[in-house]
Design a protein around this ligand. Structure first.
Ligand SMILES: [Zn+2]
Length: 296
């Protein structure tokens, strides 16, 4: 046995298999964040069709992760209702899309994960990379699909990656007005937006509603026992991400990280390099453990 093999054996015994798998999971998220925040995506807005390039990327990850289409070829198209002259600069009538898929379970009752994959696009020659906002949440939702596909559950899992968020929740509003799922069958919707960093833990928005409070209690209880996040804080509902238009229809919460590191917010400095994923595996473990608790 050479030195390298001995070290590997030691690593297996010492860390255990799950930790090694965990390291792999963070690598997956890093790749997705860096791909989506790369100059080839042009900030994932209308300019140079960056939103459509990113949507195609998300669809390919769905295919690779065993996610089935909720609508024809995964894309639900919508048009922007208004022209905007500040980033995200967009023309009224411009067509973009949500990317919608699912992994079937034993029952049609659903757990739904959502995130917006699009971002501010470009202003002149300046690209807004949007690693934290929201390549990171997109990576987390795609990663959850990847894990759930390996270990099918009782519930049907739905994955909705929205466009048009930065222009005023345009894509998620369109989905709620033209739903591809039965809202009455949604047990819980979890929206993830701003998922780099997290030195200070996690915030849960719409945590105190009658329909969501017991779920958030459970998240906090798991975290008290296992310390995955430095803290889990609660907020009342706010129209600050894609959970908003769902909240009258089904139980829906929005999770974002507290504290850095991340490269910036709505700034050209929000790059992949600035996106800290040091807590990512712990946050994934928290969510997966939570899912195991609500699975019967
Ligand atoms: Zn966002």
């Amino acid at each position: 046995m050479d030195r390298h093999a001995r070290l590997l054996t030691f690593a297996f015994i010492f860390l255990g298999l799950s930790d090694l798998l965990g390291a792999q999971d963070s690598n997956y998220a890093r790749r997705v964040v860096c791909d989506l925040a790369s100059p080839a995506m042009f900030g994932r807005g209308m300019q140079k069709g960056g939103d459509s390039i990113a949507a195609e990327y998300v669809r390919n990850e769905f295919l690779a992760n065993g996610v089935k289409p909720l609508c024809d070829k995964y894309f639900q198209y919508f048009r922007f209702p208004q022209t905007r002259t500040v980033p995200p600069i967009v023309r009224a009538g411009y067509r973009s899309q949500n990317v919608c898929g699912y992994i079937p379970g034993e029952v049609d009752s659903m757990i739904v994960f959502t995130a917006h994959y699009e971002h501010l696009g470009m202003s002149g020659d300046t690209i807004f990379p949007g690693a934290h906002d929201n390549a990171s949440g997109t990576a987390a939702v795609l990663d959850l699909a990847r894990r759930i596909n390996q270990q099918r559950g009782h519930y049907t899992y739905v994955f909705l990656l929205f466009g048009g968020e930065e222009a005023g929740l345009v894509g998620s509003r369109y989905f709620v007005e033209h739903p591809l799922i039965s809202m009455a069958k949604v047990k819980l919707l979890i929206n993830i937006d701003l998922f780099c960093g997290g030195d200070e833990g996690l915030m849960v928005v719409n945590a105190n509603d009658r329909s969501t409070t017991t779920f958030v209690d459970m998240l906090q209880q798991i975290n008290n026992e296992r310390s995955y996040a430095a803290d889990i804080r609660r907020r009342d509902n706010a129209p600050n991400s894609d959970h908003w238009f769902f909240t009258p229809e089904c139980p829906a919460i929005f999770i974002y990280t507290l504290g850095g590191p991340y490269g910036g917010y709505h700034s050209p400095t929000d790059t992949c390099d600035g996106c800290g994923l040091g807590h990512y595996e712990d946050f994934m473990s928290l969510i997966v453990t939570f899912l195991q608790h609500i699975e019967p």
